[in-house]
Design a protein around this ligand. Structure first.
Ligand code: SF4
Length: 193
């Protein structure tokens, strides 16, 4: 049993509640990123499962500033769930696909609220480098931080078929470097592929 639940597995939401003293809600943020697998750098088609929103699941508009998206998220989730703690969640497209100085401003803007305790950044394994990982590692010293890699499958044949634009080795290299920097890693896979 974990974190005062009756679950026989370590439920992430219960873990966060135990760690921060309140349930932690993700605020999805659209910072207007693109993706090299859609803008023609790798391919124009993108992954075969990717929709026009770049796999974005929530309705905040990137017409709002990042600070205002956070404020909107805090307002909505507080009113609906009495939420008290939040993580900014960069979900749509490839959220490390900008120069590092721009990334620093974007991530900082999302953390500029007293009730935001962490940040989660979704990206591709071929879109990180030493400087970007150093930036995220620095953030992780002050905020609860995750880097979320889209992998989807460990089989190169499948990755080719779904047009991921990178292979499994590319993921492994990024994973090792990210762990070396002490950053939490989440991996997205699609079961059944
Ligand atoms: S890496 Fe993400 S944003 Fe890019 S094409 Fe694939 S699913 Fe879409």
């Amino acid at each position: 049993m974990f974190n005062n639940t009756d679950k026989r597995y370590n439920q992430f939401s219960a873990y966060l509640k135990n760690r921060f003293g309140a349930k932690v809600y993700k605020i999805t943020i659209d910072a207007g990123f693109s993706c090299p697998n859609r803008d023609g750098t790798i391919s124009k088609g993108g992954c075969i499962f990717c929709d026009d929103s770049g796999s974005f699941s929530q309705a905040h508009s990137n017409l709002l500033s990042i600070e205002n998206q956070v404020l909107e998220g805090v307002k909505t989730l507080s009113a609906r769930f009495k939420a008290q703690k939040f993580m900014s969640y960069f979900q749509a497209y490839t959220n490390t696909y900008r120069p590092v100085n721009e990334l620093e401003k974007i991530y900082s803007a999302s953390l500029n609220h007293p009730d935001v305790v962490g940040i989660s950044i979704g990206t591709r394994p071929d879109c990180v480098d030493e400087d970007k990982l150093n930036l995220i590692s620095d953030i992780s010293k002050d905020y609860y931080t995750w880097l979320e890699y889209g992998l989807q499958s460990t089989h190169d044949k499948t990755l080719l078929r779904i047009n991921r634009g990178h292979d499994y080795d590319c993921f492994l290299r990024a994973y090792e470097k990210t762990k070396e920097k002490g950053i939490n890693v989440c991996v997205h896979v699609i079961f059944g592929l």
